[in-house]
Design a protein around this ligand. Structure first.
Ligand code: MOS
Length: 688
């Protein structure tokens, strides 16, 4: 059942995104970013800005209202004179028009006390420390057996260091907010992955009761994690609206998104694999060096996937982080698994080469039967099936011929494979379902569609659970006033929301049946809360798995890499909505291709900023970069997943893609690129 409920609105432009929401008499806020990477604001001269007709206010650390609840320092807007990173908002202009606000912002003169900054991550940085946990709450380090001794004694060893650059999420729709106060209640039209989360955090910042803030996000143009929490734009819009007594619109510009809306931190990762001659792993070590800002600790959990992917009796994973004068990193599609599996899966490919083993066989040989570190049984383990199915579909022919020897005209060609994984979890959510005497159903949940087709999936499961056609149902989402639900993040949206929706629908269906289908004049209503159900899940290790296969061509003269074929096969529970699922999976793979070949926020150590801070300098894969791409899946019927049997597919698609491409590039050229992205200069070697 595929009800395309909002497709026509989106393609005809009727669908309304946050900034487009009409607000009578709206003013516009434009932020002034810090022009130093470390130090403090000494003075703000707003006179030239205030002299422009149409300027309503200039907000600065001197005059901004005090915010009572500033637990998140990124939201403590203008509460301090300290500058933690270049681009941090230090002032803002509010004006009648967007153009005036922008012009005036350029006339605000900020004086600074500048301090020496440090923006460079190294694996031996003296400031590296062991955080108490890594994102979101994983153990920082794990160990089993005697890694050092086992690695030293292993007949075959790989010891390699991989690097991933800073990467920015860059959803098509920038972060944007329209703030409207009515007395002491605040309504926010916001580009967010989680209306209830934004409502709760904004209420805390302004010292309001949770019910005093309502967040509406009817349509959202992507997030990839960057919209998983409120950012400075939300606070700026609300503060500016408070100060001016007008509704205020605030959109973050693309260059500003490099500073204030989160990103993936760069990583340095040392992977050590010790194996027997046949590739059986004896020792497995993964040490991660990561950076965060001085404002907030966020440590990407890049070694956590290594804890469950492969069996090895002797193991160690560690994470170290250093606070630098850089923007605060945050969630970006598959935080942890994405950069971590680039390193682990590249190392597995290096081990396959060292042992002369087929890389598919190597992974099959090292599959664990239980979680190697906790001993928990896997709820299902789809990796082997994905590898076999993918190898058959792709026509995988192993590592023949030898690397760098297959040539078609000017193109060197090669193939590569890598595994993928992502945790399969769900979070407590609530839903409400009602039916009127006329037989019209309404399903309400504070879920949100960030471009994934959430409405289609939710309508499909609601219709099935109610036993009525989808067009008998009105679905209400994207509003914090609806029953609270998990954010659209962590690949948990569909799994969490469908659980609550199906539970509520079944309960209503039972009420209707108990009355032999007769709905009383006032209608019937059912509510569901999945907190207890989710707490009662059996103690399994729950993951999605996948296998990624890539074919590449490398121009022998220029080093240009093309990817004529990408195939991903995934084991991700029951696929609720096939068209949307395919789109999510190939979207993730496309982002992985982009990571492999293009994406890099290059930090200038002198300047303390990303000079390539727009979409001309920060390259994202375009249609022309994506040639043959296909996603397939293996049906899984796994107990304990919730009534939809869904595992979530927002993130597993990006995991492993870059390693598959890097391994294919190695096969094509004989050059192992261990630092992303695989730019052409890394593939050109002076000829002998
Ligand atoms: Mo995703 S990075 O958990 O929104």
């Amino acid at each position: 059942m595929t009800a395309r409920v909002d497709g026509p609105d989106k393609v005809t432009g009727r669908a309304r995104y946050a900034f487009e929401h009409p607000a009578e008499g709206a003013a516009y806020a434009w932020a002034v970013p810090a022009a130093i990477a470390k130090g403090s604001v000494r003075s703000v001269d707003a006179s030239a800005a205030l002299a422009l007709p149409g300027v309503l206010a200039v907000l600065t650390p001197d005059n901004a209202p005090r915010l009572p609840g500033t637990a998140d320092p990124e939201l403590a807007l203008f509460q301090s004179r300290a500058v933690a990173y270049r681009g941090q908002f230090v002032a803002a202009v509010v004006a009648d028009t967007l153009e005036t606000a922008r012009d005036a912002a350029s006339r605000v003169v900020v004086g600074y006390e500048q301090a020496a900054h440090d923006v460079t991550l190294t694996a031996d940085h003296p400031g590296l420390y062991k955080p108490d946990f890594v994102n979101p709450r994983y153990e920082t380090d794990t160990a089993a057996g005697d890694f050092d001794a086992a690695f030293a004694a292993a007949p075959v060893r790989v010891d390699a260091t991989y690097r991933t650059p800073a990467e920015h999420n860059h959803p098509m729709e920038p972060h944007a907010t329209v703030a409207v106060w009515q007395g002491d209640t605040l309504t926010l039209y916001d580009a967010t992955q989680g209306p209830p989360r934004v409502a709760g955090q904004v209420a805390a910042v302004f010292g309001l009761e949770p019910g005093q803030v309502r967040v509406i996000a009817e349509h959202v143009g992507g997030g990839f994690g960057a919209k998983g929490m409120p950012r400075a734009n939300v606070i700026l819009a609300a503060m500016a609206a408070r100060v001016t007594g007008r509704p205020v619109k605030c959109a973050v510009t693309r260059p500003q998104m490099f500073a204030v809306t989160g990103h993936r931190a760069p990583s340095i990762q040392r992977v050590r694999l010790g194996a027997g001659p046949d590739g059986t792993l004896l020792a497995l070590g993964h040490d991660v060096f990561d950076q965060t800002s001085t404002l907030k600790e966020f440590t990407e959990q890049s070694a956590v996937a290594t804890r469950h992917m492969y069996a090895a009796p002797h193991r160690r994973t560690t994470h170290r982080v250093v606070r630098l004068d850089v923007p605060t990193p945050s969630w970006m599609r598959a935080p942890g698994e994405c950069p971590g599996m680039f390193a682990l899966e590249s190392a597995m490919d290096e081990l396959a080469v060292a042992c002369g083993t087929d890389p598919v066989e190597l992974r099959l040989r090292n599959e664990p039967r239980v979680h190697p570190e906790t001993g928990q049984p896997f709820s299902s383990r789809g990796l082997a099936a994905c590898l076999r199915e993918g190898a058959a579909r792709f026509g995988w022919a192993g590592r023949d011929p030898a690397p760098g020897t297959r040539r078609e005209g000017r193109w060197l060609t090669g193939t590569g494979v890598a595994a993928s994984t992502y945790p399969a979890r769900a979070m407590a959510s609530r839903a409400r379902v009602s039916v009127s005497a006329a037989g019209r159903y309404q399903v309400s949940i504070a879920a949100v569609d960030i471009g994934t087709g959430a409405r289609t999936a939710l309508l499909a499961v609601a219709a099935e659970a109610l036993g009525v056609p989808a067009d008998a149902i009105d679905l209400r989402i994207g509003d914090s006033a609806l029953p609270p639900a998990m954010i659209a993040g962590g690949s948990m949206g569909t799994a969490s929301w469908t659980w609550a929706v199906i539970k509520a629908c079944r309960s209503l269906r039972d009420q209707v049946r108990a009355r032999d289908g007769a709905v009383p004049p006032g209608g019937l209503v059912a509510q569901a809360d999945t907190a207890a159900d989710i707490g009662a899940q059996p103690g399994h290790a729950r993951y999605s798995f996948g296998a990624q296969f890539a074919e590449v061509r490398v121009d022998a003269d220029t080093g240009e890499v093309r990817v004529p074929r990408l195939l991903g096969v995934f084991a991700a529970g029951r696929i609720v909505s096939p068209a949307q699922a395919r789109s999510q999976l190939i979207g993730g793979m496309t982002m992985g291709l982009s990571m492999a070949l293009h994406e890099e926020s290059a930090m200038d150590p002198e300047f303390g900023d990303y000079p390539n801070h727009d979409l001309a300098g920060y390259h994202i894969a375009a249609h022309a970069d994506v040639l043959g791409i296909e996603a397939a899946w293996i049906d899984e019927d796994e107990p304990g997943l919730g009534p939809a049997g869904a595992k979530g597919i927002g993130e597993v698609g990006i995991v492993g893609t870059a390693a598959a491409i890097a391994s294919a590039v190695y096969h094509a050229t004989g050059i192992r690129v261990r630092d992303l992205p695989i730019r052409l200069d890394k593939l050109l070697r002076p000829s002998a």
